[in-house]
Design a protein around this ligand. Structure first.
Ligand code: SAM
Length: 393
């Protein structure tokens, strides 16, 4: 009997990358490969990269350097494949930066819509990767839980964020395809799912366009007034998707991440209130509690609007808890502006926060327009204050 070839996947970044890595693993397994027990034994090594902060890219460079030392003594060198968000640099630049890679695999070639990629592994054995997590988010216990990307890319264009450049424009998967995938997972014993997207609640709305959505009414409240959404009839597509998923009796829990406060409509709050299967821990990135910083981040809401939204959700779902993402040390952030973030965090009482120190990303508006002028020790101090307040309480 010939020995089957083996693979090993290194994953950096957020749950979206974890979901992609699961698909890559599924693809390998459908082609008869086995997961290698260690990196040293693998015939093929996939590195699924993240670009959200410089430190995530630096880790990839470090990993490849260590790999080249480790693999020196091996008779046959494994194939090294690079995928994920760092592909925004383009092939030529990547090969210059990382000369030891053999292949560059665009993430969209992985086939997020191919059900066969999920044929294995079965529930309970679904950890076909090594995860180096650099985004927060609750981590539902592995096993009978699946990550389901419902959209890729992002149209929000927050000035600090590289995602629209690395992942492209927002694109929603058809509802029927998502339902087929969930049906298939349920048939194979999965009981909980997390819907993934940079902005899950704008699911199906990309055709309306962020600029139209943002500028229809600059003084609107959030949740945005109904009138803005005349462009589609009935309930927002994300609400329709949640309602369709609710029909699967065997599905015990539905979570989603992340939500942009901007698109958290009244219908979505009602839908959550009526569906106890939907996770009560709502991840709602705020990024800053200061209006001037929010404006320069192009977040599209004020701290008052964010707090109003939290109150509206709590009115209808008293047991709701909140998680968030915050960036400290955004260019020009003064102590007073940082204290506005501290104050907002106290008011909301977040259960969990993923706190990031600002890192200028090539090609983003903030990197072009603003000087990264908050010194690193100060970013660290602000990070520690929020971490103690929220995560270590
Ligand atoms: N969809 C989320 C939202 O609406 O805010 C953004 C997801 S982003 C890919 C993940 C997190 O990384 C962000 O929420 C932000 O806190 C952090 N992040 C993104 N760009 C960053 C940067 N340039 N420096 C530091 N942190 C950054």
């Amino acid at each position: 009997m010939t020995k089957s070839k083996t693979y090993f996947i290194y994953t950096y970044g957020c749950q979206m990358n974890v979901a992609d890595s699961e698909r890559i693993a599924g693809d390998y397994q459908s082609r008869g490969y086995r997961e290698a027990k260690s990196l040293e034994q693998a015939d093929e090594i996939v590195i699924n990269t993240c670009s959200v902060r410089q430190s995530a890219e630096d880790r990839v460079v470090g990993l490849l350097y260590n790999l080249s030392l480790k693999l020196k003594s091996r008779a046959k060198r494994p194939k090294i494949i690079l995928t994920g968000c760092m592909l925004h640099y383009g092939n030529d630049r990547l090969r210059q930066m990382l000369p030891t890679i053999d292949e560059i695999l665009p993430i969209n070639k992985i086939g997020s819509d191919k059900l066969k990629l999920r044929q294995s592994p079965p529930p309970g054995q679904a950890t076909p990767h090594r995860l180096i997590q650099s985004c927060s988010m609750p981590d539902p216990s592995a096993g009978r839980h699946a990550w389901i990307p419902i959209s890729t890319g992002c149209n929000s264009f927050c000035t600090f964020c590289i995602v629209p450049l690395s992942r492209g424009r927002e694109k929603s998967r058809p509802q029927a395809e998502i339902l087929r995938e969930v049906r298939d997972l349920i048939d194979r014993g999965y009981e909980s799912i997390t819907l993934l997207g940079q902005n899950v609640n704008s699911y199906g709305l990309e055709k309306i366009g962020i600029s139209l959505r943002k500028h229809l009414d600059n003084n609107r409240e959030i949740p945005a007034p109904q009138t803005q959404y005349r462009a589609f009839s009935g309930k927002p597509p994300f609400v329709k998707l949640l309602e369709a998923l609710r029909q699967f009796k065997a599905l015990k829990k539905i979570s989603f991440m992340t939500s942009n406060p901007w698109d958290f409509y009244p219908e979505l709050i009602d839908c959550l209130a009526q569906n106890p299967k939907i996770d009560r821990l709502i991840h709602l990135p705020v990024q800053s509690g200061d209006n001037e910083i929010l404006r320069r981040m192009n977040r599209g809401y004020t701290r008052e609007q964010y707090l109003t939204l939290i109150n509206k959700i709590r009115e209808k779902i008293p047991e709701a808890e909140f998680g968030t993402d915050i960036i400290v040390g955004f260019p020009g952030e003064t102590e007073e502006q940082f204290q506005n973030t501290v104050d907002l965090c106290r008011r909301v009482g977040f259960k969990v926060a993923y706190i990031a120190k600002y890192s200028p990303r090539p090609g983003t508006v903030s990197a072009k327009l603003y000087k990264d002028d908050v010194p690193y020790p100060e970013k660290k101090r602000r990070w520690e204050i929020l971490d103690k307040l929220i995560n270590k309480k």
